[in-house]
Ligand binder design. Structure first.
Ligand SMILES: NC(=O)c1ccc[n+]([C@@H]2O[C@H](COP(=O)([O-])OP(=O)(O)OC[C@H]3O[C@@H](n4cnc5c(N)ncnc54)[C@H](O)[C@@H]3O)[C@@H](O)[C@H]2O)c1
Length: 357
């Protein structure tokens, strides 16, 4: 078992990574004594695939447990789902002695974390991420929230889990597109923070795509470690944590302009390549390094070119209205070498257009 620590004073927590951990959740929770009873929250897909295993594991450890579900997909990440689940919790008599378990992808983690933060003004919660994206990114760091029609993730708060349990075995069930969504984030960590990790990805491409247990666990642990270090330094995204948005500002514009027909990971991949072009044009990054990043993304089967049919003007509007832009001026995370980036809003409109390709 790999164990990492997120050092946030009184909100510190462990991340445990082990193949087959899903079946040992009960034992681990017994040791930790976080709550008297647990309510698992999962979408319908994940409840069907893994809900039974986790329920069984808690029952074997004599821990009372219930399972609540909601329909899978981003469309459920809203206040109506939070209201529905809150009422379910109230009907089950859930109180502050109890805790929630987010079993699923980033949608489930974001909903459950937010619900845990506001139900009875806060009850503990645990993350059991089941997509690669959630295992390497969204389950760590305490960002929770839901979408409203005016924008994604606009209602939410920072609320850290009590612990994160990661079982790499669940990834074998994951559809390929969902795996690619996670791989885009994995490449991101190498480019923003760690050249050695980037080289590891290049050297182990096939084993990663084949989900070879030792390699995929090493990848997950490495990404969680980077995320933990970044979050420890800047929990509320005042400065350093912004580097995690590398490729995302442009990626979100691509997603939005495609009416969300382009999946998140694909859009982020295109976004990373486009900001690398910006960095090259600003003479911050050499062309051969930008090419190396492109090659890795292509090697994983991720797209790198923004489709020509997407409306560039619309994309520029999305960039300006992005919730992370300041005074209508978007900021960009630009690599200066592999493993090191700078944060800047000093980018001309004309240059942005060129980077769109
Ligand atoms: N909080 C954060 O820091 C943070 C960071 C990045 C992304 N996010 C959020 O995460 C969300 C995206 O997360 P996601 O990509 O995990 O999507 P998701 O939770 O919708 O999961 C994707 C799909 O995979 C299914 N699934 C999950 N695990 C599975 C498994 N092991 N096998 C088979 N199917 C499985 C789900 O049922 C769902 O249909 C977005 O809402 C995004 O805003 C949050």
């Amino acid at each position: 078992m790999k164990q990492l620590q997120v050092g946030l004073d009184d909100r510190a927590y462990s991340i445990l990574i082990k193949e087959g951990l899903l079946l040992e959740v009960g034992q681990e929770l017994k040791l930790r004594q976080i709550a008297k009873r647990y309510i698992i929250i999962a979408d319908d897909n994940v409840a069907e695939l893994f809900g039974g295993h986790v329920v069984e594991s808690l029952r074997k450890a004599d821990i009372p447990v219930d399972l609540l579900t909601f329909p899978h997909g981003e469309a459920s990440k809203n206040l109506a789902t939070v209201e529905k689940l809150s009422r379910d919790l109230a009907r089950l008599g859930v109180d502050r002695q109890d805790a929630l378990i987010a079993l699923g992808g980033g949608v489930t983690g974001d909903i459950t974390g937010f619900l845990a933060a506001i139900y009875m003004r806060g009850i503990p919660f645990i993350q059991i991420p089941t997509t690669l994206l959630a295992q390497v990114d969204s389950s760590v760091g305490g960002k929770t929230g839901v979408d409203i029609p005016e924008g994604k993730n606009l209602v939410g708060c920072f609320y850290q889990p009590q612990c994160v349990f990661i079982d790499s075995a669940v990834l074998s069930e994951l559809p390929r597109e969902e795996l690619l969504n996670g791989l885009a984030e994995v490449v991101k960590y190498g480019v923003i923070y760690d050249a050695d990790f980037f080289n590891f990805l290049v050297a182990n491409k096939k084993s990663i795509l084949d989900l070879e247990p030792a390699v995929i666990e090493a990848v997950i642990a490495h990404c969680c470690n980077i995320k933990a270090r970044v979050v420890e330094a800047d929990e509320r995204e005042a400065d350093l944590r912004r580097i995690l948005n590398y490729g995302h500002t442009l990626g979100h514009a691509v997603e939005a302009a495609s009416n969300f027909t382009i999946a998140h990971g694909m859009a982020i991949s295109m976004g990373m390549v486009a900001v690398n072009t910006l960095a090259v044009k600003k003479s911050l990054l050499t062309e051969d390094k930008a090419q190396r990043v492109k090659d890795v993304l292509l090697g994983f089967g991720l797209p790198v070119d923004i489709p020509p049919e997407l409306d560039r003007r619309q994309m520029k509007e999305f960039l300006k209205s992005d919730k992370k832009s300041v005074g209508g001026k978007p900021f960009f995370i630009l690599p200066i070498q592999i493993g090191k980036v700078v944060i800047t809003d000093d980018v001309d409109d004309a240059l942005i257009e060129e980077a769109f390709g």
